[in-house]
Design a protein around this ligand. Structure first.
Ligand SMILES: C[S@@+](CC[C@H](N)C(=O)[O-])C[C@H]1O[C@@H](n2cnc3c(N)ncnc32)[C@H](O)[C@@H]1O
Length: 524
């Protein structure tokens, strides 16, 4: 489609309106690809649940000028703009309605770029969820976003032999709420292919999540699901004729598993006696969530101002940026405190009186006891108990993980996950720290991370606990001298020495060579 009308529309309504309705527009080539899929069984009518400026109608007409097109669209403003610009067409029937409450329809070809907005902005969620329960006997998690709800509903509306193509953020493939969606996709072999689009910015310049195309055919056959990664949009036209990155039978695709890893060409089931999951050595836990950092965390001068004694506090890393080097010592913590950073965490235990009681009263006057987290705690100011964790892992990362060897007595807030070793892990904290910094760890950990698009990666503690690491036996091959030298380099603020990276690379190579399914070496 010519981009002129989109630009004119965008400047006439502004970004806030577009965001409220989740309005992003499908590029013409992508819309053509999706329509081709949807009508390839000979359908003469296409349905789009969220019409927008008619990207799919334009694409469908370019494939078959006689196609009949039905659509829903909730926003009167975008419809007015569309008809003013294009006029009406006998082949086009649009209902101005909220698709999520328009039940009892069925279609033989569905194409959709559903509105995308975070679940918090999904208004009347409760009403929608209860109607899903009533019509589809489906209980949706509170985290389900509007795009996922569209997809579940459309799947239920496909006629036998029908086909569907959806373009939407793919984060549901790796998150808990996505389990219900994945389960519906693989039931009766509906899902045929998933295509991750790289770079996503071409499709949704303003969105911040990974985007992909979901291809479904209700053909009654449970063929293997193909995972593709499209390096650019122009390759879409022949992508389905190429070899997929992976092909998995619906038997091997479990709804509770994370599926994003299947787009990764480098992924193979690393199975080796030299690799174990991190939980062999202990567990990562989330840092302390205070519910009101501005009340609980303060600087030395703030503490003085409120006359609060030092013994009322735990020393605490409250922001990721406070840690500059990969080895964090007690001296570093002293420097932060002396530099008046907010690294004192109010830790009130037992009876309260005097200045502490005054400060808590002040907190109540400011309403901190009514916050989301504080109001469910008894008493509201009692924090979770944590001991200092010897290894810290940054929750969000771009390009590189932030892994810290914590030699200080500081605890940490939620900016880091803390590793608490068990008996096996206690003796290998230093080598685990080196491993986490290596490029091999990055490759193995990537298989478990959540990608938020725009290169922003996130880990939950359990993602880390399930990630792979060398076995104790393998670690024992590292010479103490090499480890000591590498630690010294990190202490000086230098990057991990190349020889450590090379040692861990060898580990992965061995694991690949031992890959039980393939028998031959695969290259990362
Ligand atoms: C991502 S845009 C896609 C527009 C167009 N189909 C395209 O591909 O370019 C989603 C559209 O859905 C509309 N929409 C939002 N919520 C809706 C709802 N509950 N029912 C129907 N349409 C909705 C928005 O106004 C927007 O036009």
């Amino acid at each position: 489609m010519d981009n002129g009308p989109i630009e004119k529309y965008t400047s006439s309504v502004g970004m806030a309106h577009r965001r409220d309705y989740g309005q992003f527009f499908t590029p013409f080539d992508v819309a053509v690809f999706m329509c081709r899929w949807a009508v390839s069984h000979g359908a003469k009518e296409i349905y789009d649940p969220s019409f927008g400026l008619g990207a799919f109608f334009t694409a469908a007409k370019s494939i078959d000028p006689l196609v009949s097109f039905r659509a829903s669209e909730v926003d009167q403003r975008i419809l007015d703009f569309y008809f003013q610009t294009n006029g009406s067409s006998p082949a086009l029937h649009i209902a101005r309605e909220n698709y999520l409450s328009a039940w009892n329809q069925s279609h033989s070809a569905i194409v959709c770029n559903p509105p995308y907005m975070r679940f918090q902005l999904f208004s009347n969620r409760d009403v929608v969820f209860s109607s899903f329960k009533q019509h589809l006997q489906c209980s949706l998690s509170g985290y389900t976003n509007i795009a996922s709800a569209f997809l579940i509903k459309s799947l239920s509306e496909l006629l036998p032999s029908g086909r569907l193509a959806y373009i939407m953020p793919l984060e549901f493939l790796n998150t808990g709420y996505g389990k219900a969606i994945k389960s519906r996709l693989i039931t009766n072999g509906l899902l045929k292919a998933l295509i991750r689009i790289n770079p996503e910015k071409d499709v949704f310049p303003d969105a911040t999540t990974s985007v992909g195309i979901i291809l479904v055919a209700k053909d009654g056959t449970a063929s293997p699901v193909k995972f593709y990664t499209a390096p650019n949009l122009s390759c879409l036209s022949y992508l389905l004729e190429t070899n997929p990155t992976r092909e998995l039978s619906s038997h091997d695709l479990k709804p509770e598993d994370k599926w994003l890893k299947h787009f990764d060409e480098r992924h193979s089931n690393f199975k080796s006696r030299n690799l174990v999951t991190i939980d062999t050595y202990g567990a990562f836990n989330r840092g302390i969530a205070t519910g009101a950092n501005e009340f609980f965390a303060m600087s030395r001068s703030d503490a003085k101002r409120y006359h609060l004694p030092h013994a009322t506090f735990l020393r605490c890393i409250t922001k990721s940026a406070q840690v500059k080097k990969s080895i964090f010592t007690e001296q570093d913590m002293n420097a932060l405190e002396a530099g008046d950073f907010p690294v004192l965490l109010l830790n009130v235990n037992g009876a309260v009186s005097g200045v502490v009681a005054d400060y808590l009263k002040y907190g109540e006057e400011c309403g901190y006891h009514e916050r989301y987290l504080t109001k469910v705690r008894t008493p509201w100011y009692k924090l979770e108990k944590r001991t200092p964790a010897p290894l810290l892992f940054g929750v969000f990362s771009r390009e590189r993980f932030k892994v810290i060897r914590n030699l200080s007595t500081a605890v940490n807030l939620t900016c880091f996950h803390g590793f608490y070793p068990n008996l096996f892990g206690k003796g290998i904290i230093d080598v685990l720290f080196l491993y986490f910094q290596s490029r091999s760890a990055r490759r193995l950990l990537e298989l478990n991370m959540r990608r938020y698009g725009d290169s922003l990666d996130k880990f939950e503690p359990n993602d880390l606990n399930q990630a792979l690491a060398p076995s104790l036996d393998w670690f024992s091959r590292l010479s103490q001298d090499a480890v000591a030298k590498a630690l010294e380099a990190c202490r000086q603020g230098n990057p991990l020495p190349a020889y450590i990276d090379e040692m861990f690379d060898k580990l992965i190579l061995e694991a690949e060579q031992q890959h039980p399914e393939e028998g031959t070496a695969r290259r990362l």
